[in-house]
Design a protein around this ligand. Structure first.
Ligand SMILES: [Zn+2]
Length: 370
């Protein structure tokens, strides 16, 4: 029965596409569903307007034993693209899309799990903590919805963010990320009669790239040059070349150091090309976090895992999630794996069985969470 309901809920959400910034329809549906499950819901569809989203974050409250510590369960309602309405396919326990669109198990599988958890605690009629729910918009573009979220509306001091591939993993730490744009401004000139009057920004960018290290910088830090563009035509010395890079690290100080190294390489490049200017634009996407492994939240999850015969493994995540925002705003959070696989592609899939196992884990956790 659990699996049937999980699949029915998931299939229903699969019929409502929700690419980032277009969560209006799915959120209206989710608000009604949460109310139907007995939660009090606060929702302002205008909340995400500053993000260009046509929806807002969903805040929901599901009553429990008032003497017990509340817990926040969180997921995001947007998906990557290509997104479209489709009939989710279930065969031999495996849920797939129709090949044209992402399945959206990232993160609708988490929402289906949370719905089933709410139904189960109601059916079991035993003591459970008050459950608060945060469904964010615009997660995929850089945790924008979570950053906008008013966490003061929750009583919980801890959160479980259900949003990771794999099974039986607890993400207790995660990288932070910086977006770095470099603009090489040289000087245009005719590539025939005035070539020596020009400053070639493409060559300057190439020289810069030879001075820096990319890929794995150290055991906790990676740098990727993801895009390069510049120049106009073969008969013009290219005036402007742009490089886009992404830096990820588990340590903020290491990110600062890596940016400094880029700046030093830029200065050296400017010295090589008199008149060249290199502009740096560094934007923080999200900060890293690292919880202690002994916090009650992790202890309770591990105990729950043991009780259901599925030991949980502590991992550090190489990607961000809403937990980055929550932790850095003082809401202690970890990420839970939910079994989604090949996410961010049209090949995405998930096992219904794994979703049911996550339901069991969260239910066991709720028993431990005092
Ligand atoms: Zn996700």
């Amino acid at each position: 029965m659990i699996k049937e309901r999980l699949f029915r809920d998931f299939a229903e959400m699969a019929r409502i596409p929700s690419p980032t910034y277009h969560e209006k329809e799915i959120n209206a549906y989710l608000v009604e569903r949460l109310k139907g499950l007995g939660a009090r819901v606060e929702y302002d569809p205008e909340e995400g307007a500053s993000l260009q989203s046509n929806a807002g974050n969903i805040y929901a409250y599901f009553p429990g034993d008032p003497v017990r510590k509340p817990i926040l369960l969180s997921a995001h309602t947007d998906t990557v693209t290509p997104a479209g309405a489709f009939e989710a396919h279930l065969e031999n326990g495996k849920i797939t899309g129709d090949g044209r669109f992402v399945l959206g198990a990232d993160d609708k599988a988490a929402i289906a799990v949370i719905f089933e958890v709410l139904r189960r605690v109601k059916e079991m009629k035993c003591s459970h903590p008050p459950i608060e729910i945060a469904f964010s918009v615009a997660e995929e573009t850089g945790l924008e919805g979570a950053a906008l979220m008013d966490l003061g509306r929750f009583r919980s001091g801890q959160a479980l963010v259900l949003d990771m591939s794999g099974m039986d993993l607890i993400g207790y730490a995660a990288v932070g990320s910086l977006d770095i744009q470099l603009t090489f401004k040289g000087k245009a000139a005719h590539a025939g009669w005035a070539i020596d009057e020009g400053i070639n920004s493409v060559m300057a960018a190439a020289s810069f790239l030879q001075k820096i290290k990319t890929g794995t910088l150290d055991s906790e830090t990676v740098l990727n040059i993801g895009r390069i563009s510049g120049g106009e035509a073969v008969n013009i010395v290219p005036e402007e070349t742009r490089l886009s890079a992404e830096l990820r690290s588990f340590r903020e100080e290491k990110m600062k150091k890596a940016v400094e190294e880029l700046r030093t390489a830029a200065q050296k490049t400017e010295a090589e090309y008199p008149g060249l200017k290199i502009r740096f634009d560094v934007r923080e996407k999200y900060k890293p976090y690292e919880n202690r492994k002994e916090i009650p939240l992790i202890k309770a999850l591990q105990k729950a895992g043991e009780k259901i015969g599925r030991p949980q493994k502590l991992v550090r995540c190489k990607g961000g999630s809403d937990a980055n925002i929550f932790n850095n705003k003082g809401l202690e959070s970890v990420v839970l794996s939910i079994g989604m696989t090949d996410v961010h592609s049209v090949r995405e899939w998930i096992l219904l069985d794994d979703m049911a196992k996550v339901v069991q884990l969260v239910l066991a956790f709720l028993k431990e969470w005092k």
